[in-house]
Design a protein around this ligand. Sequence first.
Ligand code: UTP
Length: 294
Amino acid sequence: MNIAVIPVAGLGTRLLPTTKSQPKEMLPVGRKPIVQHIAEELIRVGIDQILFITGPGKASIENHFDVNKELVEALREKGKEDLLAELEFDRFQTRYFYTRQRQLLGLGHAISCARAFVGDQPFVVALGDSIIGLNAQSDIVQRMQQCFDEKQCAAVIAFEEVPDHEVSQYGIAKPGSDDEFFPVLDVIEKPSLEEAPSNLAIAARYIFTPQIFDALDQGVPGKGGEIQLTDAIRLLIQEGQTVYGVRLRPTERRYDIGNFEAYFRAFVEFALADEQYGASLREYLESMLGAVPR
Ligand code: UTP
């Protein structure tokens, strides 16, 4: 499996005004924009074709993954080899593709825009606003591929154990076992704590076969006229298809950068882990917090 789809067409309204004219997927977390962390995670596990589902106002994502010759020449002339090394990611052998989601009908609809591109192959989906693991050091997609091959699934989904108060924000699994790879018996979109069959929340990484497109086509637009991905996954399960879940490890946090609280936390955590500036930032924060009257 070498194809990944990254949907980045959403409006990012929870991060206004920052996202008024720039994509939330380009917000820096530590030194890199969110989508670069995601692309690097995928490339590390063997993905070499990435399709972005984009929309108006997202051109900076295309520019970011393109080679900027002028910048390269300017750095070369000045002998700034260290800074040139920072641009290495755009010279990987990865091929980047872009297509537009022409109507914002939700995540499910965004995925269905990949249909012509993926053809009859299985593919990975990585949400454009979620980083897995500190500095994206996660091999979850590789483990999901292993599960996909072993269990012959129609879909594999990554899950993270979340605290009770977060259960109502995510799609939640009804797991069929306690194993690392477990059959998913049902998924329920944003349940109340009482309705929730577990604390396992869908964690922004999926593997699908093209069967998902037919399930998405059958889906009736739900909340807010959006075509829900969770409903399509549910349909696969109800049709008797095999859907598996893979658990994130406790050390493998999911940074879902959908709102300011999550964004601030992720930025600080990545900045504190920075090799060059992390230690001095820690000192600065400690002195600042020490000065705050309690
Ligand atoms: P979200 O639902 O978190 O993003 O989608 P959003 O709609 O941009 O956020 P708010 O609610 O307005 O603040 C998760 C990912 O799916 C993409 C988003 O760009 C984001 O990377 N997405 C979402 C699409 O590509 N198309 C859509 O119709 C919706």
